[in-house]
Design a protein around this ligand. Sequence first.
Ligand SMILES: [Fe+2]
Length: 181
Amino acid sequence: MDISWSHAVVRARDVNAMALFYEDLLGFKVADRGSLGPPGGGGPEIIFMSGRSSDHHQIAFVATRGPEDASSLEHVAFRVPSVADVQEMVERLDADDRVANHAAVTHGNAVSVYFSDPEGNGVEVFCDSPWHVKQPQIQGWDPTKTPEEVLAHVEESFRGKPEFGPMDDYRAKKAKEFGEE
Ligand SMILES: [Fe+2]
């Protein structure tokens, strides 16, 4: 499977201070920010940051780090080329008794499966969808459907959401913003 690094999501005590630090010293820009579920808001805040058009976020900070939390890692994320690859990963997870459970979710701009490694670190394996949509967003998807059905379900679920449009347009806009040639 062709698998490549994409991003990390970090639990933070002060998401604003963290975002400012990564903006000032590393040059990342805020891609999106908002409240995680439940629907209607009220969940912890997340700030997504990126410095490249290839990734909506290269790092994100989520306001869920309590004083007792030794680890700040929420999850690391790896990109694979297609929905079929994500489905293959789901099959591997189903067949491996080191993995207690997993969650098949889509953020509209990606089709993902989330699980934990043997030491409890969160892992996401995802493929890009053809669309951009403002984040955060989350819905379930059914790994037993065909890849075409999965993408049709994603399009239907997110078509009415803010900023929904072709991923290529979003990336072209970001490439300009980041000064990429
Ligand atoms: Fe992620």
